[in-house]
Design a protein around this ligand. Structure first.
Ligand code: SF4
Length: 98
């Protein structure tokens, strides 16, 4: 009987520990995925001539002065708040880094 209780307690503690590790990881992953990619068909994107893949040689979001917090996949742009722009994308507000 005592061994059964200890076994049940051990199982509970193992599962609780696993949950404590899993929950923060899941929250972090969810935050990282929270920002969606800009839809090139959205009204504002169309208005600024945004394209997901640049057609202007040497100009892409990742080397634009407005590109922030980005990597080689996606980043933030103050012109499109709440969504990510593609690193290889472009719009007609592109500006060279000073
Ligand atoms: S201004 Fe245009 S080119 Fe520059 S980061 Fe924003 S979307 Fe990309």
């Amino acid at each position: 009987m005592k061994n059964q209780k200890n076994s049940a307690r051990r199982t509970f503690l193992k599962q609780s520990g696993a949950a404590m590790v899993f929950v923060p990881t899941a929250v972090f992953a969810n935050k990282a995925m929270a920002a969606e990619m800009l839809d090139p068909a959205s009204e504002k994107a169309v208005g600024l001539g945004y394209v997901a893949k640049t057609e202007v040689e040497g100009q892409l979001c990742s080397n634009c002065a407005l590109y922030q917090n980005g990597d080689d996949t996606a980043g933030d742009c103050p012109l499109f708040q709440g969504v990510k722009v593609g690193a290889k994308a472009w719009c007609n507000a592109w500006a060279a880094k000073g």
